[in-house]
Write a protein that binds this ligand. Sequence first.
Ligand code: AMP
Ligand code: MG
Length: 424
Amino acid sequence: MNEPARSFGALSCADDYDPNSMPVAKAREVIARFLTPVTATERVAVRAALGRVLAEDVISPLDVPAHDNSAMDGYAVRFSNLKPDGEVTLKVAGSAFAGAPYQGVLKPGECVRIMTGGVVPQGADTIVMQEHAKAGKDQVTIGAGHKKGQNLRRAGEDLSAGQVALKRGAELRPAETGLVASLGIGEVTVYRRLRVAFFSTGDELVSIGTQPKEGQIFDSNRYTIHGMLTRLGCEVLDMGVVRDDPTLLERAFHDAAAAADVVITSGGVSVGEADFVKDLLNKLGEVVFWKIAMKPGRPLAYGKVGSAHFFGLPGNPVSVMVTFYQFVRDALLALSGRDPVPPLPTFKVACASNLKKAPGRTEFQRGVLSQDSSGAWSVRVTGEQGSGILRSMSEANCFIILSTEQGNVAAGTLVDVQVMDGIV
Ligand code: AMP
Ligand code: MG
């Protein structure tokens, strides 16, 4: 089921890091070393390829555009017939409309009425837009000031036959499916979807439809994880809630690893529970437990269970989403064949209020980017930042990323924001 991956043997001992305070960048770097993309491919129709990853370069079989054509409505002329310092009157010999070319060759003293996209007739080398011509009956008068070759789209100026139109590793978005269609190609070769199995752990969790008893809560992580995976184009296998019971957990890990390329769990990796899950995972695979120097999302387990990649996310709902976007997203895209993996769009913007921040950890506060009446953008934090407050993720449209060393932030300071729209 899985593609061969590099051994994890060196994962836990060869690196010079502190597993109790793993920097975010270091954790990303270690994970990136072990990602071997899927290799299996399938042929799919262009429309069905939306969101999939190209497994082969798409080579243009033709010149795009196929012919020199007009970029304007106007007249196709021979530049040498125009006067550099005065007017000239040309005979309109015929028309070249999009899809209905002029069949003849332009003779001296002639021009052809042409519409945008119309094939430039033989003998013509310049387009004069209609606003710059005085049309009479069967003739037009054109003034001075034109440039040879103006308003003309050259054959092959977009793509020439044999050129790589799209590279292997690219995601097919609407622009790419349109581009493929513009080449007359009806099917593309894409990587198979990455299979990701996930389950929630916790004795306190109940599924929707069950009345929670005192101390019980509805399982929400399976819904956010399902959504995040689906948006990334993965094939998802929802394995439900698994109780904090070693036998049940072992069976769930075993089944998930046998069925999927990647196994994701939530909960059960924090202090207190870690040793229990740790023993189990040491038996089933090679897993490291890190306390990442970040907030929220401190505990994270990463490694292999059987031949599947494994991400053990924290239990708190916000931590789940933050660790997913900061670590799992890039890994899943790389495993899906994306090359290069596009970074999440991040830029600097002024912070509208003071932010509380203690040095020592990278923080991913939930923010709202908005524009004031003058059009300037700034960011504010969504109220309380507790890692259990999922509403903060719902209200946010960006993460405010505060570096490890950063202390409190004064209003007006530029901060890094990572936009969520389009990624979540
Ligand atoms: P844990 O990491 O298992 O100790 O969980 C940390 C916190 O997250 C606890 O308050 C859990 O109740 C909560 N939690 C764990 N799993 C889920 C879940 N699937 N849905 C919602 N909350 C959860
Ligand atoms: Mg738990």
